[in-house]
Design a protein. Structure first.
Length: 246
């Protein structure tokens, strides 16, 4: 039995989860964003849904409805974004859109793109994509219901650009820990090697439509090789400790 190897692999598995992600930014109350006329920071009262306190409210249309300039360029091979989304008022019509983007509004996107409109059996209101068109879809969205979105943007297969984007809707603890069981996955080159800004694009929202977003976080994820080395380091420390005790 290769005890050291098995322990290192186990450590790697533990390290490649949301719990070990390194934070880039977080906005737990809607503040910190540069907003256009399409977005405002509002205080949401109790009884208006799962989102309460301060949040971003999108009620107009703009490619840069809300933006955030990062402290520098990010080029990690795995980047994790998560946020809460609620279509608060109005009706979800075809192509009602709110997407979180990397780099620009035509970069990798994740969020709402209305397709269902009450159609029975439809599960295509939430989407993920690596560029400005198309996408992979999941979930029928209901007005007034809050959804927690978690999405992993990756460079896979030796690509220098981000070329896979996976989406989880209301992920379980196990899915967050191991990035398993994604609800939608989109493959295709984004042309994006790094990014230094993030934001939200809103489009096709009618008068009376409003979407709330809260608890936005952005993190890098340790690469498997780094996690294995970390596991071996932990193993070495444990062996040394046992030797000292012996």
């Amino acid at each position: 039995m290769n005890f050291a190897g098995n322990l290192a692999v186990a450590a790697a598995t533990a390290f490649i989860g949301m719990a070990q992600a390194a934070p880039i930014m977080a906005s737990t109350d809607g503040t910190g964003w540069t907003t256009s006329a399409a977005a405002t920071v509002v205080t949401v009262g109790a009884g208006e849904g799962a989102i309460t306190g301060q949040a971003l409210r999108f009620s107009g249309n703009s490619d840069s409805a809300a933006t955030w300039a990062l402290g520098g360029a990010v080029n990690a091979r795995q980047v994790l974004v998560s946020f809460d989304l609620q279509f608060d008022t109005g009706a979800i019509d075809g192509n009602d859109f709110l997407g979180f983007w990397f780099g620009s509004s035509t970069g990798p996107n994740v969020g709402l793109k209305g397709n269902c409109g009450g159609t029975a059996g439809c599960t295509s209101d939430l989407f993920v994509r690596t560029q400005g068109t198309g996408g992979s879809f999941s979930t029928a969205v209901a007005v007034g219901t809050t959804y927690h979105l978690m999405a992993l943007l990756e460079k896979v297969g030796g690509s220098s650009t981000y070329n896979r984007y996976s989406l989880w809707v209301d992920p379980s603890a196990a899915e967050q820990a191991g990035f398993t069981g994604a609800d939608a996955v989109f493959n295709g080159s984004s042309g994006l090697t790094s990014f230094s800004s993030i934001g939200f694009r809103s489009a096709n929202l009618d008068s009376g439509d409003a979407i709330l977003v809260d608890n936005v976080s952005l993190n890098t994820v340790p690469e498997p090789a780094s996690a294995v080395l970390a596991g071996l380091a932990l193993l070495g420390a444990g062996v040394a400790s046992r030797r000292r005790r012996g």
